[in-house]
Design a protein around this ligand. Structure first.
Ligand SMILES: Cc1ncc(COP(=O)(O)O)c(C=O)c1O
Length: 413
C-alpha cells in the first residue's frame, strides 16, 4: 500500500463542523465568505517519508499506526463529540478508556489478580520516594543493587525515608555489569530488594535468569522497569512492585505505571502525601484526582497494538532480532565501534557504543541526522553514542543505522 497521504473520513472535518461556534448567523455567513474551507488530510498508513528514525531514550518513538489512530480520533473520539483531552475523567467515555487500558495491560503482562495496577503521575522519579514511603518505616533497612545511574538515584532518594543499603554497585566498572547472585549479600531484615531492570543510560539489563531472589524479611523484589516495560514477557509474580514511566515503550511522558501486590498496599508512613499513597490511588481506581487522561488513552492504544502484534513473546522476538543486528555490526567492526557492556547483560532497548576514533563522534551524530536518524548522541554523563531501539523502532530503522555505520566506517577507517 502506498504511504502517501490519503483522504480519510476526517478530511472535511473542519468544513462540516461549526468549529468557531459563531453566535449569530450573520457572523457565520461572514466567516464562511471570508474563509475557504479548510481541508485536513489524514494519512491512512504511516507516512515514513515525513518522519525521522528517532533513537531517543525517552520520550521516544511511538508506533506510527498508533499515532495515526490518535490523530483520527483527536477531534471527536468515538462519536462522543469530544476529544479525549476534553472529557471528564469521571464520565462513561473516559472510564471505558481507562478500563480497557487496564484490561489490555493485564492481558499483555498476564498480571495476576492479586496485583493492583495504578496509572499515576510524577514519573518514575516520584516512585523513588513513594516506594520507601509506602513499604517501610523510617528505621527500616532496604537493599539496593545499583547497576547504573537510575538505581543510584533511587537509592539516594530512599535515604530520606528509610535506611537504604547499597549491597552491590557496578560504579567502579562504569556500570557495564549485572551481578550474579553470589556477588552480593542481602540484609536479612531488609524490607525489600530494589533493582533497575534496565539501565537506560548504561545499557545493562537484567535477563530473566538473573533477577535476584530476595532473601530478606519480606521476600519482596521491587523493579524499576521504565525502559524495558512491555518489551518482553515478565513473570509479575516474582515482584512485589514493578514501576515504569510510560515514555519509552508505552506512551507519552506524564503517565507512570505501578503494578503492586495488593497486600503491600495500606501501610504508608503517616506523613506520606496523598498523591504518593498507593492506598488512595488503589481505592479510587487511579481516579483520586484528575489523571493524565490523554496519556492514559495513548498508552491504551499502544497496549491494544502490542496485543494485535501477538503479545509480548512476539514483541520480544522482534526486539531480539533488532538488537542482534546492531550488536553484530558493532562487534564485527574490528574495533571501529565498541559497546562497553558485558555481552550477556546487554540491553535489548538501549545500545551505547563508542568510536575508536573518539574525535569522529560528533561527525557521526551529525551525518546520521542528515540521513534522518536522530538522537544518537550518548547521555551527557557517559558520552559516545546510544541507539535506543524500543518496541516502536522499526526493523527498517535499525537496518538503516547499520548500513550507515558500515558506510561511515568505510569512509573513516
Ligand atoms: C530506568 C529509568 N528510571 C527512572 C527514570 C526517571 O523517569 P522520569 O523522568 O519519568 O521520572 C528514567 C528516565 O529516563 C529511566 O530511564
Amino acid at each position: 500500500m502506498s504511504t502517501s497521504m490519503a483522504t480519510s473520513p476526517h478530511t472535511h472535518l473542519l468544513q462540516n463542523h461549526n468549529i468557531f461556534n459563531h453566535p449569530t448567523k450573520k457572523h457565520h455567513n461572514l466567516l464562511s465568505l471570508s474563509f475557504k474551507p479548510i481541508s485536513i488530510k489524514c494519512a491512512t498508513t504511516q507516512p515514513q517519508q515525513d518522519r525521522v528514525f528517532n533513537f531517543a531514550a525517552g520520550p521516544a518513538t511511538l508506533p506510527g499506526n498508533v499515532l495515526l489512530k490518535a490523530q483520527s480520533e483527536l477531534y471527536n473520539w468515538n462519536g462522543s463529540g469530544m476529544s479525549v483531552m476534553e472529557m471528564s475523567h469521571r464520565g462513561k467515555e473516559f472510564l471505558s478508556i481507562i478500563q480497557k487500558a487496564e484490561s489490555d495491560l493485564r492481558a499483555l503482562l498476564q498480571i495476576p489478580a492479586q496485583y493492583s495496577l495504578l496509572f499515576l503521575q510524577g514519573g518514575a522519579t516520584t516512585q523513588f520516594a513513594a516506594l520507601p514511603l509506602n513499604l517501610c518505616t523510617p528505621q527500616d533497612t532496604v537493599d539496593y543493587i545499583v547497576t547504573g545511574s537510575w538505581g543510584d538515584k533511587a537509592a539516594k532518594e530512599a535515604q530520606k525515608y528509610c535506611n537504604p543499603k547499597v549491597i552491590w554497585s557496578g560504579k567502579s566498572e562504569k556500570y557495564t555489569q549485572i551481578p550474579s547472585f553470589y556477588d552480593f549479600q542481602q540484609n536479612p531484615d531488609a524490607r525489600y530488594l530494589h533493582i533497575c531492570a534496565n539501565e537506560t543510560i548504561h545499557g545493562v539489563e537484567f535477563k530473566d535468569s538473573n533477577y535476584p531472589n530476595p532473601r530478606n524479611a519480606t521476600g519482596i523484589l521491587v523493579a524499576d522497569m521504565s525502559s524495558n516495560f512491555c518489551s518482553k514477557p515478565v513473570d509479575v509474580s516474582k515482584f512485589g512492585v514493578i514501576y515504569a514511566g510510560a515514555q519509552k515503550n508505552v506512551g507519552p511522558s506524564g503517565v507512570t505505571i505501578v503494578i503492586i501486590r495488593k497486600d503491600l498496599i495500606g501501610n504508608a508512613q503517616s506523613f506520606t502525601p496523598v498523591m504518593l499513597d498507593y492506598k488512595i490511588h488503589d481505592e479510587n481506581n487511579s481516579l483520586y484526582n484528575t489523571p493524565p487522561c490523554y496519556g492514559i488513552y495513548m498508552c491504551g492504544l499502544v497496549f491494544e497494538d502490542l496485543l494485535k502484534q501477538g503479545g509480548l513473546k512476539e514483541v520480544e522476538k522482534n526486539n531480539k532480532k533488532k538488537a542482534q543486528i546492531l550488536f553484530d555490526a558493532i562487534d564485527g567492526s574490528r574495533g571501529f565501534y565498541r559497546c562497553p557492556v558485558e555481552k550477556s547483560v546487554r540491553s535489548l532497548m538501549n545500545v551505547p557504543f563508542t568510536l575508536e576514533k573518539q574525535e569522529l563522534e560528533g561527525e557521526f551524530v551529525k551525518e546520521a541526522a542528515k540521513e534522518k536518524m536522530v538522537q544518537l548522541k550518548g547521555h551527557r554523563s557517559v558520552g559516545g553514542m546510544r541507539a535506543s531501539i524500543y518496541n516502536a523502532m522499526p526493523m527498517a530503522g535499525v537496518e538503516k543505522l547499520v548500513a550507515f555505520m558500515k558506510d561511515f566506517q568505510a569512509k573513516h577507517a
